[in-house]
Design a protein around this ligand. Structure first.
Ligand SMILES: Nc1ncnc2c1ncn2[C@@H]1O[C@H](COP(=O)(O)OP(=O)(O)O)[C@@H](O)[C@H]1O
Ligand SMILES: O=C(O)[C@@H](O)C(=O)COP(=O)(O)O
Length: 430
């Protein structure tokens, strides 16, 4: 059966967030890691979310891999493509949201692309083109201290224009509140005026329903889980997708083995979750400096520490540091080099944990998850029940050997007790 919705996600946690939203709305969804190779047999699905690790790589590489994902999705019959970006619009002036949206626009033949990272359930709203995170503008939120892409401007029209070849317009809330026809009319007007992308305001889910109807009539849109919700509801309402209840509850059944958490996110939410976990399970804080200078020794020491404890219950291993610690490491080794070296270290730890018998694994951080999932050579996931908004339980699919259950937590997502909750849903008591 041909696909209806094809999603190209710029990181793995973001992909699982979007897959969670689609599946909750009743869209049969599979998440693949990278562009699937021809041999991978996938279950029937109405939506495939291709997870890329393209958020923080050079823009030309992000464009190339996104176009490859597009070609694959098109060959499977996808009638709408959603480019999934972060609800906090994580990017820099060099990209990659603008360059990838531009390239997909040309490939799909779209005149204009609606763009909105709104995700009201997690407090991301867009008004007059400005992104709010909770009750503050993006540039006053913890995202101003992000290790890889500090967000210092809440005006997404400006942010996107700086990284796009085309001109950027706005679909204001008054049009969105007037409904899908008004959104479509505004997009058409902006396209005639030479705009190639438009930031779309949205504050409530009902706004995203209107945006979803307008977007579903176009070949391409760019956004986060809120837009996923709008598209899912629109595709079900117009009969392109038959709503199906997911049987996710059975997803983790029968998967035993040791359990662990590996964290590389330095977000405020993750730092708080690690602090809470210290009262619930053994926690090892890695030295970020040693992960850069002596990676093999730091990884080996962490694995020795974990192996001595895994039989007694879950363990948590974290590279994560507070903003001043991150700044110190970056000043010494460079932002990119430090990030990549630390991701390699946490990925090697994930690999060592699985080799030691871990089958239930929680990963915290988008880049961190990407590096670990790649190292574990997982080709695809089935999407299970929601642990917290934006974070589902996942079961590996298409991998030889025993399946595993994972959670890929976006740095910003989850309540303070997230790790214990995720482990409990995997059948692990803390
Ligand atoms: N102590 C640290 N100092 C500097 N960088 C770090 C530290 N710990 C982790 N990192 C890096 O910070 C980045 C966090 O990004 P990511 O994993 O995407 O988290 P998030 O989901 O919060 O954005 C990764 O590149 C990771 O390797
Ligand atoms: O849209 C979101 O906020 C998330 O789905 C997302 O993209 C997560 O990115 P990280 O915070 O880098 O995990």
């Amino acid at each position: 059966m041909p696909l209806t919705l094809g999603v190209i996600a710029d990181d793995y946690t973001g992909a699982s967030d979007l897959a969670n939203t689609l599946s909750k709305e009743g869209v049969r969804t599979v998440q693949t890691i990278g562009v699937p190779d021809a041999a991978l047999a996938l279950p029937d699905a109405d939506a495939v979310v291709v997870s890329l690790k393209s958020r923080s790589i050079p823009a030309d590489e992000a464009v190339a891999v996104s176009l490859a994902a597009y070609e694959w999705l098109k060959s499977r019959g996808a009638s709408h493509i959603l480019f999934k970006v972060c609800s906090t619009f994580d990017s820099t002036d060099a990209g990659n949201i603008g360059p990838v949206t531009d390239a997909l626009r040309l490939a799909t033949g779209a005149a204009i692309v609606p763009v909105t990272p709104a995700f009201p359930e997690t407090g991301r709203t867009v008004y007059m083109g400005h992104l709010f995170v909770g009750d503050v503008p993006l540039n006053e939120s913890p995202l101003k201290d992000h290790p890889l892409n500090p967000m210092t401007d809440s005006d997404l029209k400006r942010v996107l224009a700086r990284q796009s070849a085309g001109r950027v317009g706005l679909v204001p809330l008054k049009d969105v509140a007037a409904g899908a026809d008004a959104v479509s009319a505004r997009l058409e007007h902006l396209a005639l005026d030479g705009r190639t992308a438009a930031i779309v305001d949205a504050v409530f889910d009902r706004d995203l329903e209107a945006v979803g109807v307008a977007a579903a009539a176009l070949p391409l849109s760019t956004g986060a889980s809120g837009l996923g919700l709008g598209l899912a509801r629109a595709l079900i309402a117009d009969g392109r997708v038959l709503r199906q209840a997911s049987d996710g509850a059975a997803l983790a059944a029968g998967i035993g083995g040791y359990a662990a958490v590996v964290a590389g996110s330095c977000s405020k939410a993750t730092l708080e979750q690690i602090a809470i976990a210290e009262g619930q399970m053994p926690v090892l804080r890695l030295s970020a400096e040693r992960l850069v200078t002596h990676p093999e020794a730091e990884v080996a020491a962490a694995l020795d520490w974990a192996k001595a404890r895994l039989a007694s219950g879950p363990v948590l291993i974290a590279a994560s540091g507070a903003p001043e610690q991150v700044a110190e490491v970056q000043a010494r080794f460079g932002r990119h080099a430090a990030g990549v070296a630390i991701e390699h270290g946490t990925a090697a730890i994930s690999e060592g944990l699985v080799a030691a018998g871990v089958r239930r694994l929680v990963l915290a951080g988008g880049e961190t998850s990407g590096a670990s999932v790649d190292r574990l050579k997982i080709p695809a996931f089935l999407v299970g029940p929601e642990i917290a908004p934006g974070v589902p339980l996942l079961r590996t699919e298409g991998q030889p050997g025993e399946p595993m259950v994972l959670a890929l937590k976006s740095g910003n997502f989850g309540g303070p007790d997230f790790f214990a909750k995720a482990l409990a849903m995997m059948g692990v008591a803390v």
